[in-house]
Design a protein around this ligand. Structure first.
Ligand SMILES: NC(=O)c1ccc[n+]([C@@H]2O[C@H](COP(=O)([O-])OP(=O)(O)OC[C@H]3O[C@@H](n4cnc5c(N)ncnc54)[C@H](O)[C@@H]3O)[C@@H](O)[C@H]2O)c1
Length: 453
């Protein structure tokens, strides 16, 4: 495939527009090594830290966490790699300690892996301090948060990347190339979601040695995500985690790059799963059996796109089920579904029959996976955590725009507050804000499909 990104595009694009993997060679790699700080060294932070520590082009210069056990585990990882001890912040449990880390300067980038409510204020503070941000999903809580993060990025020009790892999944990237090559014809309908039984994540005994399951505590008595994430299921009803599903679908349909979401609505079922789990695991007399959870067990969002596609997202985290994103990419020539790893392409598949996806995977393997599959072995989430950190670090080194940019971040993540609003207004269909202020019409599709990288 031909690169679609020109030098003129790069210069005009500014911080928010392009991808590291698309850089012309002359503009690539102006730094050999980058100094990274991390805020939040919990379960996710430790996975990302591992990827940073594996790299020779990264110095982990500073770590911040307000939970000494988590900070200690992260320092243990650094020591295991034989790397210099980073400066640490947060031992005093001051939730604002990260500001001292930002003020100390000397960082080329910062990774944020804290609870959701901290993402927007931390990213905003880092961008104001001119430290480029790699932020875990989501970008913020309220719709206003999303505008604030966007406006800070635009005002400061500080690069911001949403660390959405599913965009880097092996089959997802192969399908991106198939979409670009026209295998599916013109896209018509897509599906995805976050369908993950999180009951043993939302509840545990509070024992740091056993972060998953083993109890029905949450909040102050819980550990890791049970400490903060469960509370969102108590108070909120919406698609609380849209980006794993919408990220790839948005890339396939060129959202913010020639296409945009125009309308959104969300329906939610009753909430039964979490209460049922507490009663089954902890007994009907456990105090948490009295908690009234607001989050519907299955939350279904429909998005309409300017170019005529629809996208259905499902958030399904409170019932027993095996993990699945549930991708479906369907066009005028056929469709792919990830659940059964199958594909049907008219003229190539027998009528009304599925083919195994593997042959297509082999044919359309993304060049990044061809190049780095061995390196990515052992990295989190089947290797994709290597790629998401790789993309962030390479962009920092090249001082290039981020491959998943601020417009992607706020557009994908704003689905959460909009879905909450739709449900609260009796499942009303709402207008989707245009965060690009009309630029979606002229922006070009660019994400990660250049064969050279
Ligand atoms: N992309 C993925 O695949 C993926 C997977 C898991 C988690 N996540 C995301 O990563 C983030 C972190 O999740 P987690 O599982 O690590 O949760 P966690 O609870 O294990 O870790 C969060 C850490 O942040 C720390 N923290 C809280 N407030 C802080 C503050 N003010 N200053 C400094 N540190 C603070 C906590 O002490 C804790 O150690 C969440 O946004 C989550 O959604 C993403």
């Amino acid at each position: 495939m031909k690169p679609v990104f020109t030098r003129r595009d790069f210069i005009a694009a500014g911080a928010a527009l392009a991808g590291t993997m698309m850089l012309p060679a002359a503009l690539a790699a102006t730094r050999k090594k980058v100094r990274i700080g991390m805020i939040g060294t919990g379960m996710r932070g430790q996975v990302l830290l591992q990827e940073l520590l594996r790299r020779d082009d990264v110095e982990v210069a500073a770590l911040c966490d307000i939970e000494p056990v988590m900070l200690g585990k992260a320092l243990g990882q650094v020591a295991k790699f034989g790397k210099p001890k980073p400066v640490t912040y947060g031992e005093d449990r001051d939730p604002q300690a990260y500001r001292r880390m930002l003020d100390a300067g000397k960082l080329d980038g910062i990774v944020i892996a804290t609870p959701w409510e901290w993402h927007a204020p931390m990213a905003i503070a880092a961008m104001q301090a001119k430290i480029p941000v790699g932020c875990e999903v989501v970008a913020g809580i309220t719709l206003q948060d999303h505008w604030d993060v966007l406006n800070t990025q635009l005002k400061t020009g500080t690069p911001y990347m949403l660390l959405e790892n599913v965009c880097f999944r092996r089959d997802v990237m192969a399908v991106l190339r198939m979409v670009r090559a026209g295998v599916f014809g013109e896209l018509v309908h897509l599906q995805g979601g976050y369908q993950h039984d999180l009951r043993a994540v939302k509840f545990n005994s509070g024992d740091p040695a056993r972060p998953y399951g083993g109890g029905v505590e949450y909040g102050a008595k819980g550990w890791s995500e049970a400490r903060w994430r469960t509370e969102h299921s108590v108070r909120r009803n919406g698609d609380l985690y849209p980006s794993h599903g919408i990220g790839p679908c948005a890339m396939y349909t060129n959202i913010n790059r020639g296409n945009r979401f125009t309308r959104i609505n969300t329906f939610a079922t009753k909430a039964r799963g979490l209460h049922d789990y507490v009663v089954k695991q902890g007994g009907a007399s456990h105090p948490n059996a009295k908690t009234a959870f607001k989050l519907g067990d299955v939350v279904t969002t429909t998005l309409a796109c300017e170019n005529g596609e629809t996208i259905i997202l499902q958030h399904d985290t409170s019932l027993p089920r095996p993990y699945s994103i549930g991708f479906r990419v369907q066009g005028t020539h056929g469709l792919w579904m990830d659940l059964n790893e199958s594909i049907h392409i008219e003229g190539q598949s027998k009528p009304h029959e599925w083919d195994a996806f593997q042959a297509w995977q082999d044919k359309y393997e993304h060049p990044l996976w061809r190049k780095y599959a061995k390196t990515a072995e052992g990295a989190g989430h089947g290797g994709m955590d290597f790629f998401v950190i790789h993309a962030f670090v390479e962009a920092l080194k090249a001082q290039a725009p981020m491959p998943i940019d601020i417009y992607d971040a706020v557009t994908w993540s704003a689905i959460t507050p909009l879905s909450e609003q739709s449900i609260a207004q009796n499942f009303q269909t709402l207008d989707f804000p245009d965060f690009t202020a009309g630029q979606w019409k002229s922006r070009k599709p660019i994400f990660a499909f250049d064969d050279r990288y």
